[in-house]
Design a protein around this ligand. Structure first.
Ligand code: NAD
Length: 289
């Protein structure tokens, strides 16, 4: 397929590289980042989009997505699909999809989980909102860039799934870290804590797969001095999106709200910026309740 790829940062570059390596014809554009191997450079977003069957965007936020959509939708050929893989607010995802459909294009919101490692290895999970026919057309590309793609529903459903998943993740990471810090103060060995909880009802992905305690459980960013991994400021971004989504539908999300506040303090007022989101553990250990 001919693919226009816009946003070649930490995630976009390896995704575009994998598509090119699989034999697709990829034209890329980024306002700052260099072009990855195998990707033909374009001088504008519109140029990257012009002949493409599918235009993929991987951008920082909904405002930038809306601006890029304004540039590319008029340039895309009829029947092509605009597929946004960024994590953005549900309203922006729905607005861009409506704009694309009104111009005779297909549209998908397809945010990912799996992080930079998953983007490099081609093992991302895609959660996708949009029409079934558009999903079917882009599925072969999801299969190159990832190992699983779930069609979640109509426009915005992919972003809704992503926001809900990451709200659970933020809350469980904080719960896991505060429990480890409490265990420390009670004199419980961390390895014993892991052995019990990882096979008991307190288990979770945060503990079992991404243990925040160094030297315990599988290798994780905790074993690399909490270098990300998944940076705390990206978790804060997702918890802000969850708050915005909850407000827009009057949903009560008290745990999500508290997790958002704690990550905001960690990133804005403590030493959390640039550290993995599991660095909540040393934060709790250093504090007295
Ligand atoms: P990044 O900042 O590394 O990449 C974004 C790229 O977009 C940059 O290279 C930037 O120059 C480019 N860009 C900005 N404005 C542009 C414009 N107008 N036109 C063209 N290019 C433009 O960010 P990232 O880590 O690659 O994340 C991208 C998206 O994926 C975000 O929405 C993020 O929330 C989401 N995400 C990231 C991760 C992760 O672990 N990094 C995991 C899941 C989802």
């Amino acid at each position: 397929m001919k693919i226009g790829f816009i946003g070649l940062g930490n995630m976009g570059a390896p995704m575009a590289r994998n598509l090119a390596a699989a034999g697709h014809e990829v034209t890329g554009f980024d306002t700052a980042a260099p072009d990855p191997e195998g990707v033909t450079p374009a001088t504008s977003a519109a140029e990257a989009a012009r002949d493409a069957d599918v235009v993929i965007t991987m951008l920082p936020n909904g405002q930038i997505l809306r601006a890029v959509a304004d540039q590319v939708i008029g340039a895309m050929k009829p029947g092509a699909v605009l597929c946004d893989c960024s994590t953005v607010d549900v309203d922006s995802a729905r607005a861009v999809a409506a704009q694309a459909r009104a111009a005779g294009l297909g549209a998908l919101d397809a945010p990912v989980s799996g992080g930079i490692g998953g983007a490099q290895a081609g093992t991302l999970t895609f959660m996708v909102g949009g029409a079934e026919a558009d999903f079917a057309r882009v599925l072969p590309l999801f299969e190159v860039m990832g190992q699983k793609a779930v069609h979640c529903g109509e426009a915005g459903a992919g972003q809704a799934a992503k926001i809900c998943n990451n709200m659970i993740l933020g809350v469980t990471m904080i719960a896991t870290c505060e429990a480890f810090a409490l265990a420390d103060k009670l004199g419980l060995d961390r390895q014993k804590m892991f052995d019990v909880v990882s096979t008991s009802s307190g288990y979770s992905w945060s503990l079992n797969a991404y243990c925040p305690a160094p030297g315990v459980g599988p290798t994780s960013p905790a074993d690399n001095d909490y270098r990300p991994g998944f940076a705390s400021e990206l978790m804060l971004k997702d918890l802000n999106l969850a708050r915005q989504a909850a407000e827009s539908v009057a949903a009560e999300t008290p745990m999500g709200a508290l997790a958002r506040q704690i990550y905001e303090d960690f990133v804005e007022r403590e030493d959390g910026r640039g550290r993995d989101f599991s660095a909540m553990l040393p934060r709790f250990v250093a504090r007295n309740g």
